[in-house]
Design a protein around this ligand. Structure first.
Ligand code: ATP
Ligand code: MG
Length: 180
């Protein structure tokens, strides 16, 4: 399984539909300051369910929507789609290509889809749990996270090992069951 494409429309600085293809192996994203490198990594975390506007460098969720420039009007909807190549069926799905999308409208409407079917965020979390691709997994390491591992309390550090060992889903399902 690998991330093969990211499509962004109206997300932060990406006003027009922007498609970025990833080959297998290593991809480096380079560009001048302010060109949108961090916005791209935030777009990926956003689709995976990031709910904290602050960790997306905004003060409210609306800040992810393109808010215009001197010569360009703001837009009303931000949409990001991640396309995963699942030919090896590493993710528990019959599909060999899985498109996960999230959109958010200024009026507060929000939606998540998997292959164009409306789903709950929980369905996305379930699909990706322990796959190494969740929003808090170690496939995305943000600035400051490395030293955090050393500064963490032992219980917090344990969560990291549980995620790496792939046992978090059991804890998550246990919590879900206990809530019912
Ligand atoms: P650096 O090399 O400095 O880390 P970068 O390539 O990571 O730069 P980003 O931080 O991704 O750059 O992009 C910042 C740009 O995105 C800024 O110009 C900022 O104005 C723009 N931006 C952020 N949010 C929005 C928004 N909602 N609408 C329009 N532009 C936005
Ligand atoms: Mg940056």
């Amino acid at each position: 399984m690998h991330l093969s494409r990211v499509e962004m429309t109206g997300f932060k600085s990406f006003a027009d539909k922007t498609v970025i293809e990833f080959d297998q192996g290593m991809t480096a994203v380079v560009g001048p300051n302010g060109s949108g490198k961090s916005n791209l990594s935030e777009a990926i975390r956003w689709v995976l369910g990031e709910q904290s506007a602050k960790s997306l460098r905004g003060s409210k969720m609306e800040d992810v929507i393109f808010n215009g420039t001197q010569d360009r009007k703001a837009v009303n909807i931000a949409k990001v789609t991640l396309v995963l190549n699942n030919e090896d069926h590493y993710l528990d799905s019959d599909y060999s290509e899985i498109a996960i999308a999230r959109s958010y409208n200024r009026n507060g409407d929000s939606s998540y889809t998997i292959n164009n079917e409306t789903v709950r965020l929980k369905d996305i979390v379930d699909l990706l749990l322990d796959s190494g691709l969740g929003k808090n997994s170690f496939s995305i390491i943000s600035q400051g996270q490395v030293e955090q591992i050393f500064l963490n309390k032992p219980e917090e550090r344990r969560t990291i090992f549980e995620e790496a060992a792939g046992v978090q889903k059991y804890q998550y399902r246990k919590n879900e069951a206990e809530r019912k």
